[in-house]
Design a protein around this ligand. Structure first.
Ligand code: GSH
Length: 205
């Protein structure tokens, strides 16, 4: 298999962390989806990454689907099997994916020409992220894992989401989130996370 994407995209990173956790044989190919003639377009008409080649010239895209595929590809799923854990993990993933979407929307707004930026848009995305982190802190009982008693896709997606927040919307969420802070330090120290960090970037602790 081959995974197409960029080394900084959080959507791609979810797949990369899972590949590392499972030690899957997947080649990572760096391709830029933003150019008009991007090679990604031939693989995904939406021209977004990640794209996973699952057989020669057979591609799937949309990070939740890519993660779902990789989670089930080898019979060693990181989705809790018990109903409570299953739904807990789904809900954490929804929250984490929403944080990623808002941090991305915010950073794209900051990249527009200064006179075209819309302060209300920035404030709205920042408020979403802050409320989502507050909900996570309120709902988390504390401990090493968000759902169940082992590493799951809940930890993976929320871990990537909060580290992407550190990367693109750095603010002191740790100061008001002691349980998340302690949990995230353990997740971010996993080799799968360390290996897939954005290049030339030192995460806060
Ligand atoms: N919902 C999609 C979003 C993927 C996405 O927006 N990826 C960004 C990179 S971080 C991208 O490819 N952007 C290119 C564009 O929007 O043209 C997913 O989860 O895969």
């Amino acid at each position: 298999m081959r995974l197409f994407g960029s080394p900084t995209s959080p959507y791609v990173r979810k797949a990369r962390v899972l590949i590392e956790e499972k030690n899957l044989q997947v080649e990572f190919v760096v391709e830029d989806p933003w150019t008009a003639d991007s090679p990604i377009i031939a693989r995904n008409p939406l021209s977004k990454i990640p794209v996973l080649e699952i057989a020669p010239n057979d591609y799937i895209f949309e990070s939740a689907l890519v993660v779902h595929f990789l989670d089930h590809v080898d019979g060693r799923s990181f989705t809790p099997r018990d109903p409570v854990g299953y739904w807990e993990a789904q809900r954490w993933q929804a929250l984490g994916n929403g944080i990623i979407d808002s941090v991305i929307a915010r950073v794209l707004e900051t990249r527009r020409p200064a006179d075209k930026q819309w302060p209300d848009k920035l404030a709205r995305e920042e408020a979403r992220v802050q409320r989502a982190i507050a909900l996570a802190e309120a709902n988390f009982k504390g401990g090493k894992f968000l759902a169940g008693n082992r590493f799951s896709l809940a930890d993976l997606v929320m871990g990537v989401a909060l580290q992407y927040t550190d990367f693109r919307y750095a603010h002191d969420w740790r100061g008001i989130s002691p349980k998340l802070k302690a949990w995230h330090a353990g997740i971010a120290a996993r080799p799968s996370f360390v290996k897939t960090q954005p290049p030339d970037w030192t995460p806060p602790v």
